[in-house]
Design a protein around this ligand. Structure first.
Ligand code: SF4
Length: 315
């Protein structure tokens, strides 16, 4: 499999591009995630021609359409940054990105809760950085996160699950798939989708079932939009437990009463938040291998991302 391709705010990679000549190197991003990811660094303020060091800037005005102004000399950089951003996202469209990690709170790069100052100089945390806004409008399906929120284990797991899914979809499309291939792809991913959104899982099932009646390009455009929307929902303990009880049904014939009881008890412990998700998943994976269960072999739900990332270890 090819590496995941992520856009990344350059300062998180350790580049000294911040207004004060510093960086915000994030070790989890470069050292841990970096083993699976190829980064494409972007620094809006440097790439649009502002130097290092430079005067600090901030967002002002209406949170929905703020202006970017330098704090001391009051230069309005809005048009300069927006013009560059539109050109940059058009170029990024050829880079096969699977997502983007932005620097939190930056007036150029922040994806949410960026300070916007009103005409009395009072800030509210309601803005979006100018480049981040243009990027997200241009790539509505791409997973985005900021390094601050990636410290939350659930948000981290969700983001990483989505970038791995996106990579698999990108590779799938590269193989010029037919309808049968789509059915296989969906079969592999349906439990993963179910754990995030039972409603969109049903809608995707209907889309795939009706796919023969629709032009293939239409189906191949609708499928990732719905699947990525589904994966944005949190896979809660309750939804995961439902999927795990469902999985138990695949082993009705193979498992002894004692083994069934053990698996049931472990799922119950997970449901009660006594053990992390990795515990029942490991036991299910063990039975899938032992009994060569064909319907579960290759299910992305059981291995959505590398174990080494330790994303299913929290309760
Ligand atoms: S936050 Fe964005 S604009 Fe600021 S230094 Fe980092 S990459 Fe550059």
């Amino acid at each position: 499999m090819s590496k995941i391709r992520l856009g990344l705010s350059s300062c998180l990679l350790g580049a000294k591009v911040r207004f004060d000549g510093g960086h915000r190197w994030d070790r989890f991003i470069t050292d841990t995630l970096g083993q699976y990811v190829e980064f494409l660094p972007v620094c809006p303020e440097v790439e649009c021609g502002l130097g290092v060091p430079r005067e600090p800037m901030r967002l002002e005005g209406q949170p929905a359409a703020p202006r970017l102004l330098t704090v001391r000399t009051r230069q309005d950089l809005t048009q300069r940054l927006l013009t560059w951003a539109r050109r940059r996202v058009a170029a990024l469209a050829h880079e096969d990105l699977d997502g983007f990690i932005f620097k939190a709170k930056s007036p150029s790069s922040g994806i949410a809760r960026v300070k916007v100052y009103n005409d009395r100089g009072v800030p509210t945390n309601t803005g979006v950085g100018l480049f981040a806004r243009v990027f997200m409008d241009h790539f509505p399906l791409l997973p985005v996160a900021d390094e601050g929120r990636l410290h939350d284990p659930e948000i981290r797991e969700n983001f990483i699950e989505r970038i791995f899914f996106h990579r698999r979809w990108r590779e799938f499309l590269g193989q010029k798939p037919n309808l049968g291939d789509l059915v296989t792809f969906h079969t592999r991913h349906k439990l993963q989708i179910l754990a995030h959104s039972p409603e969109l899982y049903r809608q995707l099932g209907r889309l795939v079932a009706r796919a023969r009646e629709l032009p293939l390009p239409e189906v191949l455009a609708a499928y990732p939009a719905m699947a990525m929307a589904a994966l944005r929902f949190k896979a809660t303990v309750k939804k995961n437990a439902k999927v795990l009880y469902h999985l138990l049904g695949y082993f009705k014939k193979q498992l002894s009463p004692d083994e069934k009881q053990e698996l049931l008890e472990i799922i119950d412990s997970y449901r009660l938040s006594e053990v992390p998700l990795i515990v029942p998943i490991t036991l299910v994976n063990h039975y899938v291998r032992q009994y060569r269960e064909p319907c579960l072999k290759g299910q992305s739900y059981l291995n959505p991302h590398p174990l080494e990332l330790m994303l299913r270890y929290h309760t």
